[in-house]
Design a protein around this ligand. Structure first.
Ligand code: MCN
Length: 816
């Protein structure tokens, strides 16, 4: 397949292999490796008094039983703090195996290595650990009251505290004609990839090298971390990421305790060791997200224009802080969304609790932030009796105001500057798609049938494609095949297709001839990783720049051979030809042969190359300074800052008058990720994101009891939406290219998830006529709210449904 490749909705190259069972995931790689299993803490908070492994060691088939004391050198030191930030006051990270104290149920204490997992698990049962149980700190309220401390060194359980200001929000709110105070609660949830974490390490005694295969989201980061922990030279440690069954953020943390333990065991035992997380382990010992208590105070004028916003929130980051404060930082900065906020103050406190740690989960703090902002917009509309879309429009940053300086520091430590987007156009598209202006009629019809329906809306802006950089390497083989390598990893995003499209477009070769490798440190050693919807922007731009280099070199060599000016050449279907003289051509493979001064005639192309005599300057060596053999190119792309994608969603829901069951009747998305490399992949990303967003809004929560036990740590009790719960998703795009990168692209990977909770809350609120302030919301929660509302314990909306009624409404003038 050739022709225009950028923007083409081509089918994913990787799918035939993956959907027909030929995928190779970490656990598939060896069935003869030794296997590890872990003894994990049954207590949320306890001192370890004694560990008795005597019986475990005796189990037949057991090769090793390690506690913290058995970890050598740096492997026994605390795990790294990956992303330090000035707001972090008391950084505490855990150990690969717990040392003296455990701080959440599920924390690894002992590793058993045995000839198979069954034996390893049986031996785990024989380990006897004596604990001195300490009072657990569970939930934000307990953490805030500070009666008990998770870590002695973190007074008040505070890990981080941060305030950012634009203008003077308290003064602006004080002077505003109308003021609202709003509370919003977001519960803990987690991404649940089909494949849990998995690692396999193989020691090669001949080469004295360790090859680690992991389902990580960062191969280079894991390699550097393991080299440090195992005190090995980087050159002797390679990380390869095989097929990965989803990451969604949780696999970006590195090194995970199990990665340190398994790699150490393989090196020390000079063999192959693996571990694959089981589902319960994923629930209790990987990472969660989302848990935040949030308060907003907003001042606005009669037109619904926000004059000042003051937000305070508390974030539950769990037992340790290895991944820093990206989540609350994102909430605090990204909640601003598409709106002009002349006066904004935000304060967060990030708290230790005796629960599983937090790493970013698709959206990474933005769903909570968008919930604050969008619920606030709805509250303003309700207060004034204005249309909800109209209130948003009145507050939008306009296209001619781009680039827009928000005035806040972004997660990459750089100023937050919106580079592109046309929010009014996106809103109009959304209104047209969902039929916003006709909804009142639909509601009336539904009401006549005894049905309750509501329409919701949510808008967001997302910083994507952050640096510091990614790189790309391209090599053209003598048969014309093009090998592309980039350091980012792939968890299912379709990089093998989209990066191939970028290269095929630039080099003019058929898509089938382009082979992409990701996440293999042997092929590309410099990279940051796949997270923050950054791979398309950073690696995509890098492979594009590398392809340009290859093209330039190919045209120069072909020009020499064809005795033509490179300017007069073009590449079509893998052949370089003189424009207007298509007969006069040579294949890219042939150029690859000619690019190497040492030409063995191994294949037909190489033999045929003898017909071309390229001119040789005998005054120079065959490879002159600045030249390299081979038709290859390597380049890096390093953005000045994030590029800001945006989107607007609307949903129509129906709530059952009897059972309070919540059904999504329609879900509409307008999405702007700049130029799309592959609209079909973007569509798939949006669909997957919305599915997770629906899960977060209506089903998924981590049910901890007061003692810190996770009560729903299995698929029997943790609800995820099936296909039957995810609505048909109607998608349309607005492409406003970013000026920041050569392809005009912005990220897309988290788009669907970010506003889903806000949209569904908005729709349920519209159907019910009372405020929805807490997510997720189950039918039971809604039923309880109805009861409280009927009993006068929960307020009504001021202007129920007015926001979607076409009739003009009066603007009240009293201060709220
Ligand atoms: N794309 C495109 N045109 C654009 C932007 C993106 O065609 N303008 C394509 C890209 O080429 C890529 C895909 O869309 O194939 C996603 O690109 P991007 O937005 O750069 O996101 P990343 O590749 O960096 O992936 C990370 C992102 C995040 S942060 C999470 S979480 C997430 C997600 O992607 N986890 C996923 N999508 C996922 N999809 C799957 N199947 N599995 C996960 O774990």
């Amino acid at each position: 397949m050739s022709g225009k490749m950028m923007g083409a909705a081509v089918q994913r190259k990787e799918d035939p292999r993956l959907v027909s069972g030929y995928g190779k995931y970490t656990d598939d790689l060896s069935h003869t490796a030794l296997e590890a299993a872990f003894v994990r803490s049954p207590h949320a908070h306890a001192r370890i008094i004694d560990i008795d492994v005597d019986e475990a060691v005796e189990v037949e088939g057991v090769i090793a039983v390690w506690t913290h004391e058995d970890l050598e050198g740096a492997a026994g030191e605390p795990l790294p703090m990956l992303l330090p930030h000035p707001s972090i006051q008391h950084p505490v990270t855990g150990y690969a195996l717990a040392k003296e104290q455990v701080n959440h149920v599920g924390e690894a204490i002992v590793m058993v290595v045995a000839t198979n997992r069954y034996i390893a698990e049986d031996a785990c049962q024989k380990v006897v650990i004596t604990y001195d149980v300490l009072p657990p700190v569970v939930g934000i309220a307990n953490a805030r009251d500070g009666k008990h401390l998770v870590h002695e060194q973190a007074p008040g359980n505070v890990g981080a505290h941060y305030v950012q200001n634009v203008g003077d929000a308290p003064a602006a709110i004080e002077a505003a004609p109308h003021v609202l105070e709003l509370d919003f609660d977001f519960e803990r949830s987690a991404c649940i990839p089909m494949e849990g974490k998995a690692v396999q390490a193989t020691w090669n005694p001949t080469a004295e090298e360790l090859v680690v295969q992991s389902s990580t989201q960062t191969s280079t980061g894991l390699r550097a971390a393991l080299a440090a922990k195992l005190e090995m030279p980087l050159a002797k440690l390679h990380v390869i990421v095989p097929d990965v069954g989803g990451g969604f953020g949780v696999k970006i943390n590195h090194p995970w305790p199990e990665e340190v333990c398994v790699a150490s065991a393989a090196k020390r035992l000079q063999t192959q060791v693996k571990w694959t997380e089981d589902r319960r382990e994923h629930f209790i010992s990987s990472a969660h997200e989302r848990g935040q208590l949030q308060q907003a105070r907003v001042g606005f004028d009669d037109q619904g224009v926000v004059l000042g916003l003051d937000v305070t929130f508390w974030h539950d980051h769990g037992a340790y802080l290895p991944y820093g404060v990206i989540v609350p930082l994102n909430t605090s900065v990204q909640l601003v969304g598409p709106y002009r906020l002349p006066n904004y103050r935000v304060e967060y406190t990030s708290l230790y609790t005796n629960t599983v740690i937090v790493t970013p989960y698709r959206g990474a703090g933005r769903p909570q932030g968008v919930f604050i902002m969008e619920r606030t917009m709805d509250a303003i509309a309700d207060y004034l009796g204005l249309d909800r879309a109209e209130v948003r429009l009145r507050n939008f940053i306009l296209p001619d105001q781009m680039p827009w300086e928000v005035g806040l520091m972004f997660q990459d430590g750089r100023p937050t500057v919106y580079d592109s987007g046309d929010f009014p156009a996106s809103l109009q598209k959304l209104k047209d798609l969902v039929g916003w202006d006709d909804f009142a009629e639909y509601r009336a019809q539904a009401a006549a049938e005894g049905r309750k329906v509501g329409l919701g809306i949510g808008c967001y802006v997302e910083g994507t494609g952050i640096g510091p950089y990614e790189g790309g390497h391209i090599q053209v083989e003598t048969n014309g095949r093009v090998n592309v390598a980039t350091g980012v990893t792939t968890q299912g995003q379709g990089h093998a297709t989209s990066f191939a499209q970028i290269v095929a477009e630039e080099l003019g070769v058929p898509l089938e001839d382009v082979h992409v490798t990701t996440g293999d440190t042997r092929r590309f050693g410099y990279s940051v990783g796949t997270f923050a919807s950054r791979a398309a922007v950073t690696s995509g731009s890098a492979v594009h720049l590398a392809a340009k280099q290859v093209k330039e070199k190919a045209l120069a060599i072909a020009g020499n051979a064809l005795e033509a000016d490179p300017e007069d050449l073009e590449i079509v279907d893998g052949f370089i030809r003189i424009k207007g003289d298509p007969e006069n051509q040579m294949s890219l493979g042939m150029v690859s042969v000619l690019s190497n001064p040492l030409r063995y005639a191994f294949d037909e192309t190489a033999k045929a190359a003898t017909q071309f005599s390229t001119s040789v300057d005998l005054s120079k060596p065959p490879i002159s300074p600045g030249e390299e053999p081979g038709l290859e190119g390597k380049d890096f792309y390093s953005p000045k800052g994030a590029t800001f994608a945006n989107g607007m969603h609307a949903a129509v829901v129906e709530t059952d008058p009897e059972t309070a069951d919540i059904k999504i009747l329609r879900y509409c998305v307008i999405h702007d990720c700049g130029n799309m490399i592959n609209p079909m992949i973007v569509e798939g990303q949006v669909h997957g994101g919305v599915a997770q967003g629906v899960g977060g809004a209506l089903y998924e929560r981590m049910a901890y009891d007061d003692s810190g036990q996770l009560l729903n740590a299995s698929f029997m009790d943790f609800l995820m939406p099936f296909a039957s719960e995810v609505p048909h998703i109607e998608t349309d795009h607005l492409e406003t290219p970013t000026p920041l990168n050569p392809l005009g692209i912005k990220g897309a990977g988290e788009a669907g998830t970010i506003p889903a909770s806000a949209v569904l809350a908005s729709a349920i609120e519209d159907a019910e006529g009372f405020p929805i302030t807490k997510m997720p919301i189950s039918p039971h929660d809604l039923w309880e709210l109805r009861r409280a509302h009927e009993a006068g314990e929960w307020p009504s909306l001021r202007h129920p449904h007015s926001q979607t009624d076409p009739a003009p409404t009066t603007v009240p003038d009293q201060k709220g």
